[in-house]
Design a protein around this ligand. Structure first.
Ligand code: AG3
Length: 279
């Protein structure tokens, strides 16, 4: 049997059967592998780390798209940093908003995902509200004159080119690129194995934002239990939950993980994660 071993965490790894290999190669930035697995469907791997799978992508993308959009209530301009697979874009576009800008570093990721993972992006890249920029997301938030209601950091783990997306100066530039009341959300890894991500982001958020915190969801292909998502804003307090209108909008969305009960429950943090935030 051919298999892919993900050794993201020293000492404990996950092994996935490759029932069919669809693409293996490298771009200017990273190695790229797409294969099929009997339980997870098609799997995207960048630099030997699973990024998304057909079977469970809905959990991650719904929680980083709908929760902040409905929690904020007035999102019109969205910026996605990373997100070359298009899964986040597809979820965000389920809302009636003006424009969604995706800044993805690696054009090859977009091209390969559109070819081999069409079920994840759907027709999202063809939506006229989408504006795709191939470029460095960190440089973009530092330089842009545009202002956003919501910035979603849909990044890989803090290694290689994505490392900068977990640092205080990047978060400060995100703050600069937010409109008044704007909101930043981030993927912060699986804290059971990646405690430094939540710890580091919590410190940076505390230095930069009035309101901030974390919420969680379990993503099966991200081995190790809950994934943590960070949020930060100088206007919105996301932890307040949904108003009646938000609950109504949540129930009319076409989702498989996200709903208004999950929205509220996601802010209940296990003690080991609270301890990381406070440490
Ligand atoms: N980016 C987050 C991948 C995190 C994997 N990390 C892990 N298993 N701890 C996903 C991009 C999907 N659009």
């Amino acid at each position: 049997m051919t298999r892919f071993d993900e050794r993201l965490h020293a000492g404990a790894w996950q092994s996935l059967e490759i029932s069919r290999e669809l693409f293996r190669g490298a771009s200017e930035y990273q190695s790229i592998l797409v294969f099929e697995n009997p339980l997870l469907g098609r799997v995207l791997v960048l630099d030997d780390v699973v990024q998304t799978t057909e079977a469970d992508e809905f959990i991650y993308h719904e929680m980083l798209a709908h929760l902040p959009i409905l929690g904020h209530t007035e999102v019109s301009e969205v910026l996605i940093i990373g997100g070359g697979d298009g899964g986040m874009l597809e979820e965000v576009l389920k809302h009636p908003l003006a424009r969604v800008t995706v800044v993805e570093l690696d054009a090859c990721v977009v091209e390969i995902c559109r070819e081999h993972l069409p079920s994840i992006c759907g027709a999202a890249f063809d939506d006229p509200r989408n504006d795709l920029i191939i470029g460095d997301g960190a440089a973009y938030v530092a330089d842009t004159d545009r202002r956003f209601d919501l910035i979603i950091v849909d990044s890989p783990d803090p290694m290689g080119p994505a490392k900068i997306l977990f640092g205080q100066s990047f978060y400060a530039n995100c703050r600069r690129a937010l409109r008044d009341g704007g909101l930043l959300v981030t993927q912060n890894g699986v804290p059971f194995f990646q405690s430094n991500e939540v710890r580091g982001s919590a410190r940076a958020f505390a230095n930069l934002f009035r309101n901030w915190g974390f919420y969680v969801a379990p993503i099966p292909a991200y081995y190790g239990g809950h994934m943590a998502f960070g949020w930060a804003s100088n206007g919105v307090d996301l932890a307040l939950g949904l108003d009646d209108f938000g609950r109504k909008r949540a129930s009319s969305l076409d989702t498989r993980y996200y709903n208004s009960d999950v929205h509220e429950a996601a802010f209940a943090l296990p003690t080991y994660i609270r301890d990381l935030i406070d440490s």
